[in-house]
Design a binder for this molecule. Sequence first.
Ligand SMILES: NC(=O)c1ccc[n+]([C@@H]2O[C@H](COP(=O)([O-])OP(=O)(O)OC[C@H]3O[C@@H](n4cnc5c(N)ncnc54)[C@H](OP(=O)(O)O)[C@@H]3O)[C@@H](O)[C@H]2O)c1
Length: 309
Amino acid sequence: MKSDDTNRREFLTRLAGLGAALSLSSAARALPPQQAFPTRDIPGTGERLPIVGFGSSKPVLEIPAEGTEPLQAVLGTLLDQGGRVVDTSPRTVEIDREFGQILTRPRFQDSLFLAAKINTEGEEAGIAQMRQSQQLFGRPTLDLLQVESLRDLDVHWPNVRAWKDSGEARYIGVTVSAYRNFERLEAFMRNEPFDFVHVNYSVMEPLAEERILPLAQDLGLAVLTNRPFMNGSYFGRVAPHELPAWAAEFDCESWAQFSLKYVLSHPAVTCALTETSNPVHLVENMNSALGRFPDEATKRRMRELVSTF
Ligand SMILES: NC(=O)c1ccc[n+]([C@@H]2O[C@H](COP(=O)([O-])OP(=O)(O)OC[C@H]3O[C@@H](n4cnc5c(N)ncnc54)[C@H](OP(=O)(O)O)[C@@H]3O)[C@@H](O)[C@H]2O)c1
């Protein structure tokens, strides 16, 4: 565990770096204050969500080593840029208590759209995770409650539905992050009414566009996407290559935006989650929502290009 002084020094260095990066890097340029961040409808209700959101796993899991200031910095940047969707997963009580101390600050308490999960086996353990999120995140009503990776779904689902009926979850859904779960996901989507499907989708993992995303559109489900950068391994694969000049045709200025603009160009996608501990990266990722998106022919070209990497 780093000392508070070390954390503070690193945090201030990073903030100084953010200022420098914002003036130097066009991909991470801050949004002009008068420009509203793009939003899309949740199909079931018409409530609008900013189209890029924040997956909190990395900075939350880094709390024991890095403290909470990096997490607070990225959450502040999310709001500054016009975002508000934050995806969470239950962690240890100690970690979630510290996360909750940030989420319950006035700046974040009422402004964030907070997605929580159940990711355990057994009914009692699932109930305990729900209660932990409600209590430690200071949210008697969660915006979205998801069963993660379909884990013990049959056991948890009756409770998840009941929490929606009782108003403890405004929306409910399920997540997957691997192709091996797509078949089960599709069967569940066809058989059960719910609000949000959360699925892995990117320029290097495009399979969701074949069946899952069109089905979500047909059924009127909102869609969250994960793994735009395959948890970071994408950057290792693109690193040796120059961004193609034709990326400028859809206002793309970096490899991060190359994948995110691919995701956001799909009309079924309500909000693309990206995970980072770095405010500069978050600004760059959120800027993917601005300007043009690739058309179908360009998307094919993008897939073909990265499939050679
Ligand atoms: N089954 C599930 O429900 C499930 C599974 C996986 C993920 N998810 C959700 O999806 C979120 C995203 O997670 P993911 O696995 O999909 O991660 P990801 O966003 O694909 O990749 C995150 C990695 O990319 C790096 N990164 C982010 N922006 C960057 C940029 N502009 N330039 C360079 N590097 C950048 C981050 O490092 P830095 O910190 O250095 O930026 C981090 O190492 C998770 O937090 C979670 O909310 C859900």
